[in-house]
Design a protein around this ligand. Sequence first.
Ligand code: TRP
Ligand code: ZN
Length: 562
Amino acid sequence: MSATIRAALAGILAVSAAACSADSGVTEGSAIEVVSGSSAPVPGSDPASAPSPATTDDTSGPTLPGTTLPTPPASTAPETGPSDTDPPVEPEPPETAPAGTGPATSDGPTGTGTIPAPGPGSDPDGLGDALYPELGNPGIDVQDYHVRLSWDRATEELTGSVTLTIVLLDDRDEITLDSAGPDVDAVTVDGSPAEFVEEDVELRITPDAGFAAGDEVEVVVEYHESSPASYASSGVLGAGWFNSEGGSYVLNEPDGARTWLPSNDHPADKATWTFEITVPSRVTAVANGELVSTSPGPKGDTWVWRQDEPMATYLIQLLTGDYELIEGTGPDGLPLLSAVLRSDTDVMQVYIDTIPEQMDFLDDFFGPFPLDHYGLAMTDSFPGLAMETQGRSLFSRDDFSSGTLGYVEQLLLSHELAHQWFGNAVTLGRWQDIWLNEGFATYGEWLWLDHVGLADLDAQAQSALMGRQTSSRSPAAPSADDLFGFETYQGGATVLHALRGTVGDDLFFEILRRWAADHDGTSRVTEDFVKLAEEVAGRDLTRLFDDWLHAVRPPTSYPTRD
Ligand code: TRP
Ligand code: ZN
């Protein structure tokens, strides 16, 4: 198995892929035009200037997690993280949230589950996220977004509005939204024009009347943005708005949505969504959810998509281009809808056809598929891109040009499918809880690769465990630049494998099924998972999570029940 591939989902491939495409030029039909905005470089553009020494310092090129690990320099350690130098590090008691995060279990917006409460000294306009303090906005719970956008690839002009239906959680004079790019033209609150100020990353809205706890208000933000751009976020992974040859796509994890959409851009606040996207005729616009209608108008065709199940901002899918929509049916009649470029319909069919089989396999372990639809979207982006955009995972067509189901294809498809349970149905409550997404999706990927005979489960677990012996972070304490690294992916999966060894297969998979089912539609933190695991297992698991989740160096072998 190739090192490059193994690293794909650890974000490391983004670096090597960027290096490859810069060396060899773009392959036929897949030119990515990188919009160079005001900000940082983008995967696929200039690998030499990619940020984050922690992930780009692997001068040996692509690395295989478990063999040679890129070691983050001590200087990148966050104040809240464990020591980088002297493993094993004294683990934090699991019932205590890592320092600086505030209580992890305060009540959040109605129906959204656990939301972090701001810690002392945190950004007054944020939600107290230790890694992304300015993301999210206090005192608001967005119920629904109605996004109306016009996009023309030729002029690179994005214009439109977003209507947010918001429930107020406290009395306040103003609300803020995360907005880092849009030029706001007007704001109304319940139909009346409201004063607003555009700051660096916040849109501050101050209607005369203020807001009262429990009020439901409708806020409309009209805006435009010339040449919306992508930028490097969380290490080497790009986020924001990307232009492709015949269209565009967005990548929003962790902080990209606010660069093109004023929003409550934090995963603790999930909402339902309508996307009404106008594009020149003959261009297709694709977004999460069900296609409601398409209608011609003076500015082109308007495509309306409705996402009825709660979704976090980082999971938005928005694609424009020459896409064909391919319908299908999954297990138990689940509607499938995939989006592939018209030129790719033949080659992509084999991947679309494998969805029901993969779902049938994973639902034995994770419980019934938690969403009301699924599909694949194959865009023309940099290789290595794979994102669990809700209800329709997003991939790069370059990784699927072979038309065969090899290791890379199986890994990427199963990983993003597993995220639909872990990340999408139940969503992380704070960015530091990213192992709840990536560790779990990696475990799903291990199960599938084992099932199809491409990699033995125990061998994958052993290799990840070896990697952890030379790593300098625990899965539970990533830095903002390391959200998508070895520790949260393979490291997170080692925590699950150790839990499995400790409680046995039946209880382990019961825990996973309950995690997805009990918390479907909400945002949850690590402490919630520990609590559920202990409840299902009927025993205290402090020691296990101390040794495997919170410690930098885990034990050298997995626990077994024998
Ligand atoms: N969540 C993605 C995954 O499945 C990784 C990811 C995060 C990503 N941000 C990204 C991928 C930006 C591509 C671009 O593992
Ligand atoms: Zn993932």
